[in-house]
Design a protein around this ligand. Sequence first.
Ligand SMILES: Nc1nc2c(ncn2[C@@H]2O[C@H](COP(=O)(O)OP(=O)(O)OP(=O)(O)O)[C@@H](O)[C@H]2O)c(=O)[nH]1
Ligand SMILES: [Mg+2]
Length: 227
Amino acid sequence: MTTYTFDDLSVVMGTYNEAAAIGTVIDDIERVTDGRAEIVCVDGSDDETPDIAREKGARVIEQEPRGYGYAVREAILSASNPVIVTTDCDDTYPMDALPRFLDRINEGYDVVSGDRLYHGADAMPAFNRLGNHAFAALASILMGERVYDTTTGMRAYREEVVRNITWTENTGLSAELLIRPLMREYRVHEEPIRYAERAGETKLDPLAGGYAIAKSIVKVPIQEHLR
Ligand SMILES: Nc1nc2c(ncn2[C@@H]2O[C@H](COP(=O)(O)OP(=O)(O)OP(=O)(O)O)[C@@H](O)[C@H]2O)c(=O)[nH]1
Ligand SMILES: [Mg+2]
């Protein structure tokens, strides 16, 4: 089996007015991967986010802001390397965990999913934390397999997982990116990660967003059972 290095890594993200965080996020990726990973930002900002990203060496793809999933789907499909890591551009996810994610891929996993709830996710607003526990419980029941964090933004994927599946969800894309591979017998591992308080403003309305995610978590497992 191929052993992947940081040269085989693409770190991709949607970015929407993240000027408060993007510099730190890109610097962290560069530091942890010795500047060897490709960085892709699908950007819908009207602030200086894309300028900072370009200046720091990221590839920036411009796209009208149409929601998380539109941006992240474009980002994962635009990656040039065989191991694709998604993150949010808000400094909540630990880029220091990138080597661990790569190790797990090299151990044979197809998807490595950052489980924020394992360590308690104290930095997450209580309403979101409760919702995320509920989403994971619901998804587990509908799939018949226990998962712990369905809505995490930080995962590593082997390229074939990303390319072999048709992605349909927008706000619910994060859940879809876990549920479809799991139900198609790809090897999925949930890796505990620390979660930090967000830099800058949230782009997600917790109520409307939560409703959209809940719909995806019901729809996607049913579609997969019927396939
Ligand atoms: N290009 C683009 N990026 C987006 C869009 N909506 C959200 N994003 C990005 O997607 C990532 C996730 O959005 P967040 O606001 O962090 O949503 P969240 O993680 O559910 O909520 P937080 O608790 O605020 O972190 C961030 O990097 C956003 O900048 C969009 O419409 N277009
Ligand atoms: Mg976020």
